[in-house]
Design a protein around this ligand. Structure first.
Ligand SMILES: Nc1ncnc2c1ncn2[C@@H]1O[C@H](COP(=O)(O)OP(=O)(O)O)[C@@H](O)[C@H]1O
Ligand SMILES: [Mg+2]
Length: 275
């Protein structure tokens, strides 16, 4: 089927610094590495996903602000990255004013959904290998807030991917996030699901980490991916070189964890498609 839009995953958590952007960049890269075609949608006015993929401010001719205000399509906005099959629609600071600008518009929560409707999934040959243009996944990097931008992401998404930092307060704030997901389901997007929760910045040297993992698994059950992303200095260094960690240091534990997460996600997707 080529007429379907890409699978849209919103990477959301209103807490800052939990690994949303890092996951968008590196999960996107890992999915592209296993032959998927991926569009990262930078929906954070800070533009960290764009910067982390080496897109400097000057080269952002069009942005997600232009897309959400109807001045540009995703096709015209998406830029290539150093990773084959990985594109990004960059963001600029204008995006921070969007909420006020469109507050009274009837379609304000559906701007992203409507813009994504023009994208298609690539064709696959008989062995399942991608042969055409388009995107098999769109990953939306959300801002650290439950504002209208995040609501747009949730209203547009097939499913939500929640990064949770392995720290004592990991579950704090999660109930507010889940409540928002329920509200979006009721009012805007009945098909929305939680794809999974990924534990990030796991620290082997910290005894608390294992307790946090156990608590989160007890609370969220099989919604938690098997893959845990370790705290790894290579992961945090890579963005300052404008590179995903998989290009910066393919062999490091952080890169390998994101590859594992990508294959786990593709497996969940296959199970869903077969069900
Ligand atoms: N696995 C990791 N190991 C080490 N540092 C990480 C890891 N994941 C994220 N970081 C660092 O933590 C900080 C916050 O991550 P980021 O992805 O920007 O969070 P968010 O987008 O949720 O605000 C960044 O400096 C990032 O480099
Ligand atoms: Mg971020």
């Amino acid at each position: 089927m080529t007429d379907q839009r890409p699978r849209v995953l919103a990477i959301a958590n209103q807490k800052g610094g939990v690994g949303k952007t890092t996951t968008a960049i590196n999960l996107g890269t890992a999915l592209a590495a296993i032959d998927e075609r991926v569009l990262i949608v930078d929906l954070d006015p800070q533009g960290n996903a764009s910067t982390g993929l080496g897109i400097d401010h000057k080269s952002r001719k069009r942005s997600t602000y232009d897309v959400l205000t109807g001045q540009a399509t995703f096709a015209a906005t998406a830029m290539e990255t150093a990773v084959p099959r990985l594109h990004i629609a960059p963001s600029t600071l204008d995006l921070s004013g969007l909420e006020l600008e469109i507050a009274n518009e009837r379609d304000r929560a559906y701007r992203l959904r409507n813009a994504l409707a023009s994208l298609t999934r690539p064709a696959r040959n008989a062995t399942g290998k991608i042969v055409g243009d388009g995107y098999s996944y769109a990953l939306v990097d959300c801002p650290p807030s439950l504002n209208l931008l995040t609501i747009n992401a949730m209203a547009a998404a097939d499913a939500i991917l929640v990064p949770l930092q392995c720290e004592f307060f990991a579950l704090e704030g999660l109930s507010q996030l889940l409540k928002t997901v329920e509200q979006v389901k009721t009012n805007l997007n009945p098909g929305l699901t939680i794809h999974g929760v990924v534990l990030t910045m796991y620290d082997v040297r910290n005894n608390l980490s294992d307790q946090v993992v156990a608590d989160v698994r007890q609370f969220l059950g099989d919604k938690v991916y098997d893959t845990i992303i370790p705290r790894n200095v290579r992961v945090s260094e890579a963005p300052s070189y404008g590179k995903p960690v998989l290009l910066y240091d393919f062999k490091c534990v952080g890169s390998q964890a994101y590859l594992k997460l990508a294959s786990e996600i593709v497996q969940r997707e296959r199970a869903l498609a077969a069900a």
